[in-house]
Design a protein around this ligand. Structure first.
Ligand code: 2F8
Ligand code: CA
Length: 122
């Protein structure tokens, strides 16, 4: 078995790195339509690998929309604090959606339009 074309395999999961751009909900909707979800980072290897594939900010499956300040991956797993960039999450203005930027997490405005990463089990 292998990943669909345009998806890449890493450690038993298939990832889609969008070229198009959407807000966080739109990105989540795209992934859902592909039987996947916005990507979730479970360990250092995954963070390193995903980061090595991108050169701009991408949405991840991370949000505190359910409860301000309570950051969780979209599968309900709490986020390991070591992955945040220094000083993040800072909720600057109002930032409830998580993104990957230079191998660290940042909270960004959910309405911003940017690329995203989807993930599904192979
Ligand atoms: O310095 C980190 C800070 O950078 C930006 O704000 C100046 C980000 N906001 C936007 O890109 C809109 C913040 O999320 C980030 O914390
Ligand atoms: Ca921020």
């Amino acid at each position: 078995k292998s990943c669909s074309s345009d998806w890449i395999l890493f450690s038993g999961n298939c990832y889609y790195f969008s070229k198009e751009t959407r807000d966080w909900s739109g990105a989540q909707q795209y992934c859902g339509n592909q039987d996947s979800g916005l990507a979730i980072i479970n360990n250092d290897d995954e963070l390193t690998h995903l980061s090595s594939k991108i050169s701009s900010i991408h949405w991840l499956g991370l949000t505190d929309l359910d409860r301000e300040g309570s950051w969780k991956w979209v599968d309900g797993t709490p986020v390991d604090k070591k992955y945040w960039n220094l000083g993040e999450p800072n909720n600057a203005g109002e930032e409830d959606c998580g993104e990957l930027k230079e191998a660290k997490l940042n909270d960004g405005r959910c309405s911003e339009i940017k690329r995203w990463i989807c993930e599904k089990r192979l």
